[in-house]
Design a protein around this ligand. Structure first.
Ligand code: FAD
Length: 493
């Protein structure tokens, strides 16, 4: 007899939406519960007085992972969202005023390096080859397969060690590049997944290879347009969606199988399968707290990703010389990162990422204007920082810095602005310690050591999203949904 209960997906981030679609394509009845008033989680889109913003992700790589979701239902992504290829992926501006930009393929990037730091071209080619080998193992072989079985770990550990996966990204990059500015530029990928570039496992160098292999894209209408397209796809194919529904508890039946979820307000929904897309720390501390002493102790030893300060702003003038993705480095590289991750304070000398949404899609801002956001890595809420005060001060420092560098005259043209701090991530997204990216992407917290996609604490409970295998970032969370799908195929109740 068909299972009469819906599969419940908790959380409508990209991992949750992808898992809901994959479960639906397997023929399951699916109910997605999202506490917010819109889907997308960290990747939601929003608007302020005609200026449109992406709240989080802006660098779209591996577009086939989105295409696959449409193909599950015989549809095409291209009929719903236009993905615009970016010619230049990033522009980096260093404290000495020099700038380096790259994009396209290996040959074009090598040519950019030749012009900027001629001695590093050959080293870059060797680095790319190293990234390719990591990609072949870390992405092609492992990103979409379940990793809860220690035998999988034992089978693959020798190859991961051979590739130096225990080494940090900066360390791995520095073996091949001599120019300190280039070392910094090619070590920023960990910041997209919440890690310190010096201790984030160099498995994440595969991000650079993803960029070179499949390009960097921006959806017309922003990442919010991708969220909308996935929302329509779910609706059109029978995934039921409830917004404003916060799950506060998962109840188990006898035999440790999930039996129901309880919403804030007390409503109970019976189910035998739950896919959690929420921060696994929040899942196991609040929704399913009785997981045993050992699991609780292990969770206490985990290291967490950084927090984020984000300033979204719209201006009534254009800045045509600014790229889609700019990274503005401070004087020092390591010390400010140590401030954030270890000394737990907001650095005086910070680096920032600036997103100019209207570079690829002018319709992101009213005519004659621009939509931007600035992202500053910050300590998470384990730090003793009063974000109501410090947030305001940081906002002014960010505006000063941008005005003095990439956006002259900025303050006189500001039309709208809105800042969020790690407190927002804790209060609205229920992220443990207000982290931007769940647990940190370190070697000893990856693969088998990350939160498993099949819960060991309740039968019928699966996990997708940034805190689970394979990890954060859009490709990571979309792959985690593929892992869940393969588990569902073999695990019908
Ligand atoms: C500022 C920023 C920039 C980024 N830039 C990039 C980038 O350029 N490229 C890239 O690839 N990645 C980027 N990332 C990373 C990427 O956005 C994330 O890894 C990814 O979006 C996380 O998706 P997720 O599936 O884990 O779900 P999340 O986005 O974390 O969503 C979880 C959802 O669960 C909901 N929820 C929580 N608790 C409950 C509950 N109890 N009941 C019901 N609902 C609940 C939340 O409201 C939320 O909607 C960025 C992240 C941030 C924050």
């Amino acid at each position: 007899m068909a299972n009469p209960f819906p599969t419940i997906v908790i959380g409508g981030g990209f991992g949750g939406m992808a898992a809901a679609l994959r479960a639906r394509a397997l023929g399951q009845r699916v109910l997605l519960l999202e506490r917010g008033d819109r889907l997308g989680g960290r990747g939601r889109g929003f608007e302020l007085e005609g200026f449109r913003f992406d709240a989080g992700p802006t660098v779209v790589t591996a577009p086939h992972l989105f295409e696959e979701l449409f193909e599950l239902f015989g549809e095409r992504l291209a009929d719903h969202v236009e993905l615009i290829p970016l010619e230049r992926f990033y522009r980096f501006r260093f404290d000495d005023g020099s700038e380096f930009a790259y994009g396209g393929d290996v040959a074009r990037t090598a040519a950019a390096i030749r012009a900027f730091a001629p001695g590093d071209e050959q080293g870059y080619r060797v680095l790319v080859d190293h990234c390719r080998r990591i990609f072949e193992v870390g992405y092609q072989e492992l990103a979409h397969v379940p990793f809860h079985d220690p035998r999988v770990l034992l089978r693959h550990t020798p190859r991961l060690l051979e590739l130096g996966a225990w080494r940090g990204v900066y360390g791995a990059v520095s073996r091949h590049l001599r120019d300190e500015r280039l070392r910094r530029a090619f070590s920023t990928a960990p910041m997209l997944v919440g890690g310190h570039p010096f201790d984030t496992t160099s498995i994440y160098l595969l991000i650079h290879f993803l960029e070179l292999k499949w390009g960097v894209w921006y959806p017309r209408g922003g990442v919010g347009a991708l969220v909308q397209a996935l929302t329509h796809l779910m609706r059109d194919h029978g995934v039921e969606i409830r917004r404003g529904a916060t799950v506060r508890r998962i109840h188990r039946q006898r035999g440790d199988r999930v039996g129901a979820v309880e919403l804030e307000g007390g409503e109970m929904i019976a189910t035998q399968r739950v896919i959690s897309n929420i921060d696994p720390m929040h899942l196991y501390q609040s929704l399913l707290p009785d997981t045993g002493i050992l699991a609780g102790l292990r969770r206490r030893t985990l290291q967490h990703s950084m927090g984020l300060f984000l300033l979204y702003f719209g201006v009534d003038r254009e800045y045509p010389g600014v790229d889609q993705h700019s990274i503005l480095f401070g004087r020092d590289f390591r010390a400010p990162l140590d401030d954030i991750f270890h000394r737990r304070r907001i650095p005086d000398d910070f680096s920032l990422y600036l997103h100019r949404a209207s570079a690829a899609d002018p319709a992101m801002a009213p005519a004659g204007g621009e939509s931007f956001y600035a992202l500053v890595p910050a300590p998470n809420l384990a730090a003793d920082i009063d974000w109501r005060e410090e947030g305001k001060a940081l906002e002014e420092r960010v505006l000063d810095r941008l005005e003095a560098t990439l956006l002259p005259g900025l303050r006189a043209h500001l039309k709208v602005r809105r800042a969020i701090t790690p407190q927002f991530f804790a209060d609205e997204l229920l992220s443990h310690l207000g982290c931007g990216f769940s647990i940190a992407p370190r070697f000893h917290q990856s693969a088998w050591f990350r939160f498993h996609n099949r819960s060991p604490h309740a039968r019928g409970l699966y996990l997708t999203g940034a805190g689970t295998h394979p990890g954060g970032g859009l490709p990571g969370v979309l792959n985690s949904a593929k892992v869940v799908e393969s588990l569902l195929r073999g695990d019908a109740p």
